[in-house]
Design a protein around this ligand. Sequence first.
Ligand code: GDP
Length: 398
Amino acid sequence: MDITLLAAIAIVVVLLAVGGFFLVRTRRSVTPGKDGTGPEATGGTTTAPPEEDRERDDGTVATPPAHAPPAPAEPVEEPTAEPAPELETPPPSAGRMVRLRQRLARSQNSLGQGLLNLLSSDSLTEDTWEEIEDTLITADIGVTSATQIVENLRTRVKVLGTRGPDEVRGLLREELLAQIGGDTDRIVRTEPHGDRPAVIMVVGVNGTGKTTTTGKLARVLVGDGRSVVLGAADTFRAAATEQLQTWGGRVGAPVVSKEEGSDPASVAFDTVAHGTEEGADAVIIDTAGRLHTKTGLMDELGKVKRVVEKKSQVDEVLLVLDATTGQNGLRQARVFAEVVNITGIALTKLDGTAKGGIIVQVQRELGVPVKLVGLGEGPDDLAPFDPEVFVDALLTQE
Ligand code: GDP
């Protein structure tokens, strides 16, 4: 009896051992790493983090996790992983403003038509000239420029003698273009320097459309065939990082980020480093939308730029300004200009105001050109600024 019992126990033990061995083998075979190396290859059951997680540690956008496909012999199951989102192909920068001309005509046309009507009056009295000047000032063009335009128009109308609709339109077109700067260099410096990407910093007050403009600019560059790395240096706002990751994800632009409250300068530095390693054409750094009244925060913006400059020259510092904020926006612009050397202005929400004259005033105030204009909330509603298209839209007969 004892022997039989012992034999039975021995059989059970053997069966358990064999069963356990097969169980372990089966588990390991369904959890290979992304590169095909499972736990057996790494010599243990604690696997290294999947590659996408490691990328996240580096601060870059993680690709959706790839799961193991079902074994071919089994009935085919639907893969559980979300399919990778299809990358979008934004339109190139050329011709964007022409495409958006209708938006400009809609928002700015009342200014143009008002001026044309006044200039076509039967007799141009002192009162009419004053009204012309007031119309220009109301459109935020600034007193100096408004006075200059009126003076020039008065002289030229006198010399011209006749005032047919075409002549009047032609005169006004020339004067407005002269004030805006038809020949000004408005190129956004995005060309890489050998193996170093171009570095663009985007600055501005919260709510102006800074993060949106950073995302839209990435699309402009991708549309022009460039590779872009984005930097989420607005570490005060977790939402800004998420927002940027969404923009970047749509066009395949990696986003360098760190946890909320991290040092913005270190994010900016890492972005340039990552862009260089990746061989990207350009890096665009979104900075915190700091309140311009808080000296400490403004100083920090200066620090971000200095730290980036240890790694690379900064090619562009774009100040994002909300066209609807008028004088308040100009005050902000002045403070930013004191802290960083602004090289261009991205004027947003021009679709939402008739005060397009702000273009003239802000350029005069800061001595830097408007390079980009935002004409809507759509992803491709950011266009390189073209003064001729702008003035023509203003003077279009609706
Ligand atoms: P930030 O705080 O400066 O980063 O501002 P956001 O980028 O979050 O943008 C604030 C709001 O402005 C968002 O609702 C944007 O869609 C909107 N916005 C940005 N640019 C434009 C534009 O050119 N036109 C219009 N209509 N809205 C814009």
